[in-house]
Design a protein around this ligand. Structure first.
Ligand code: RUQ
Ligand code: CUA
Length: 679
């Protein structure tokens, strides 16, 4: 960093600290909002603080880059997967403040997610697996919806690796609207990724298994086990995936890993890498002489990058009759005959596949190879046109490596994932080196002199998995910041026992050349973020209050049971009791609900507030009911009143000075009695 810049920065810090001390001692002297005009003579207090805390110039720079004064908003939001917490976490960048958890695959009490609200129960049911009550997921790769290859701020998708499911979150209210189970696969990994206009949400498989479920002996692995990639058709108007218009491709039982969608020149092509092309079947401890997966799946020098012609795949799916579990499943033979599937050798047990911003190069990291390998899209097209290939054991054309490879850049040990910036640099995480490498792109990215060379390496702590740069996988990356999502934190934070937080490290990538600087450590004690995407905050425009009173967030329309003030009522129809309730500071109407044990209860609650942040909760003991009702929202809970007694329901959000008074009684008379007092 230039010395003059540093001095300017330190000067600014002095100014800020001095301003704080002035305010403290001068009482209501200087107005807090007045910008600092006079820099002279402000040094002493700040200098004392800097030396007291032993700050370096880099510390001071980092503090000024990340500090967000009270009330100011960050320019970027990061959507980070939550790993096996099953959720998505929304983090403001560069202050690294957590703003929101979006409950997706696991119940989340604060949001009332999964505790009685009817549509959420239905959603969970749609995600159930072999009729098990699965109430968790392993989220890996969030994908923000795109228009023309840029994030548009409308939706975010996420996969559940453990159960091969996909969740759809609407960014109008940051709530999950759909969970969908993959009918072909038991698990996934290469999802979710979207095509440049979000017509398709891609979900790639992982550990091969008999397609559609069911048993086959491991000895029949090569014939009976299969990989897959699924193309989910997304309807933007409805905000839902349409399973009937979606399809999956049968793939050999290599372990498909991450995918990325082509863009601009490579729009219409999909790239998924794979490992275990050895087709190792493991079995250490179970089978005599068996080789464990970690070595069995690491023998080949090359695995296969899968290259899929999406338009041809869509055409093949349109005429395909083959179904598995009622789902359109295009056989491997069809794919080969249609010329829609090709392989490219990729070294060596690769992990990330990332397409450059102009769509012209495909970057692959070989976990066990110190290089990233870059392929040219032009060369791939030429090789396909020239039939420059030899078939693999399943008859899939494997393009000639030397014909399609553009460059290899040696970066260090354990390269995993690559992101891009607005300066023509690429960034690759190095898991074993615990570093992030900046390297210069060749081709049309303004680095003719240093094309395909390593420029800088920044150490991180420790063992970085994914990295996320501002809009770093779009056609126009934003630059400025990059976050390393580290798997280990070891000694970085206070000891909180043997389960340590993950460590997200913010890196300044705004300078040129060898200028990477670590700015900030953010402990993540609520999940293991795998991938994350960072979007410019200005692209998001969520509602703060639902558009009309009585709003059903699932339907995104007024609910037929939405209730306004004065319309509240209780109706009995045989054994069914239906309640239309409203909530507003600081009361529920009605405050008494008297029913009989054995009744079936349908309870609608409308939060008739139209004030920002005027949320009311609704909690009921013993019946496992816990709702969060946002301003304008109508929600419905349904249950059988199988336990008699007196149950006070109350608001769980501290919404006003009389919040404790926001309560009521559900009186359930025991079977065969006419009054609960007789008990
Ligand atoms: S990957 S382990 Cu995204 Cu590097 Cu899932
Ligand atoms: Cu409503 Cu507390």
């Amino acid at each position: 960093m230039k010395r003059s810049v540093l001095y300017a920065i330190i000067g600014l810090l002095f100014v800020a600290v001095f301003a704080m001390s002035v305010l403290q001692f001068a009482g209501n002297g200087a107005p807090a909002s007045a910008p600092i005009a006079n820099v002279e003579g402000l040094g002493d207090a700040a200098a004392a603080l800097v030396s007291e805390r032993g700050f370096t110039t880099e510390n001071v720079y980092a503090a000024l880059k990340t500090y967000m004064p009270s009330g100011q908003h960050d320019p970027y939001l990061m959507f980070a997967s939550g790993g096996h917490s099953g959720q998505i976490h929304v983090i403001a960048v560069p202050s690294m403040r957590i703003l929101r958890t979006i409950a997706v695959f696991a119940p989340e009490p604060w949001q009332g997610y999964g505790y009685g609200e009817v549509s959420q129960e239905t959603m969970f049911a749609a995600g159930d697996v072999l009729s098990a009550d699965v109430r968790w997921g392993d989220t890996h790769h969030p994908a923000l919806s795109e228009t023309g290859g840029m994030y548009d701020g409308q939706f975010v998708f996420i996969n559940d690796k453990a159960q091969a499911r996909v969740g759809v979150v609407d960014l109008r209210d940051f709530e999950t609207k759909q969970l969908i189970k993959n009918p072909i696969a038991m698990n996934d990994h290469g999802g979710t990724f979207v095509t440049p206009d979000t017509e398709w949400v891609i979900e790639g498989g992982q550990y091969a298994a008999p397609p559609g479920g069911g048993y086959a002996p491991i000895a029949d692995y090569n014939d009976e086990y299969r990989g897959m990639v699924t193309f989910w058709k997304f309807d933007r108007e409805q905000g839902r995936i349409l399973p009937d218009e979606s399809f999956a491709l049968e793939l050999p039982p290599y372990w498909q890993d991450l995918c990325d969608s082509g863009k601009l020149v490579s729009d219409g092509w999909i790239f998924c890498n794979s490992f275990n092309t050895e087709r190792a079947t493991g079995g250490v401890g179970a089978v005599e002489g068996a080789v464990p997966f970690e070595s069995g799946a690491s023998q080949n020098d090359m695995d296969y990058l899968h290259v899929i012609d999406l338009n041809k795949a869509v055409a093949a799916a349109a005429t395909n009759e083959n179904k598995v579990n009622g789902f359109n499943y295009v056989p491997l033979e069809t794919a080969i005959d249609a010329g829609l599937l090709y392989f490219i050798p990729e070294p060596k047990s690769p992990h990330g596949i990332d397409i450059t911003p102009k769509g012209d190069y495909m970057v692959v990291s070989g976990k066990l190879d110190p290089h990233v390998t870059i392929y040219s899209f032009d060369k791939i097209m030429t090789a396909i046109a020239n039939q420059d290939w030899t078939p693999d054991v399943y008859g899939i054309p494997v393009l000639n490596f030397d014909s399609v490879m553009e460059a290899q850049v040696e970066l260090g040990l354990g390269p995993l994932h690559t992101q891009f910036d607005n300066q023509g640099y690429a960034y690759t995480s190095l898991y074993l080196d615990s570093a992030v490498a900046r390297w210069a792109l060749g081709g049309d990215y303004g680095h003719a002199d240093e094309a395909w060379t390593l420029i800088d390496k920044e150490s991180i702590h420790y063992n970085v998995g994914h990295i996320a740069a501002v809009e770093g996988d779009t056609v126009e990356p934003g630059g400025n910041f990059l976050v390393a999502l580290n798997k280990w934190s070891v000694d970085r934070f206070n000891n909180v026992g043997p389960l340590l937080p993950q460590n997200l490290q913010l890196i300044d990538i705004s300078g040129e050349g060898a200028s990477l600087q670590l700015l900030y450590d953010m402990p993540m004690g609520i999940g293991e973020p795998h991938y994350a995407q960072i979007i410019k905050a200005e692209r998001l425009n969520p509602v703060q209050v639902y558009p009309e009173v009585g709003w059903n967030p699932q339907k995104w329309a007024v609910d037929e049971n939405g209730t306004t003030a004065g319309e509240e009522r209780i109706e009995r129809n045989g054994n069914t009791v239906e309640i239309w309730m409203t909530s507003i500071r600081s009361h529920f109407t009605p405050e008494h609900v008297e029913i009989n044990q054995g009744d079936h209860v349908i309870w609608h609650i409308t939060n008739i507030e139209q004030t920002i942040d005027a949320v009311h909760g609704f909690a009921m003991p013993a019946y496992n009911i816990n709702l969060s009702i946002e301003p304008g929202e109508t929600t419905t809970v349904e249950f059988d009143a199988d336990k008699d007694g007196v149950f006070s329901y109350y608001c769980t959000e501290f919404c006003s000075a009389l919040h404790l008074e926001m309560t009521g009684y559900l009186l359930i008379k025991p079977d065969g009695s006419s009054a609960s007092t007789e008990k």
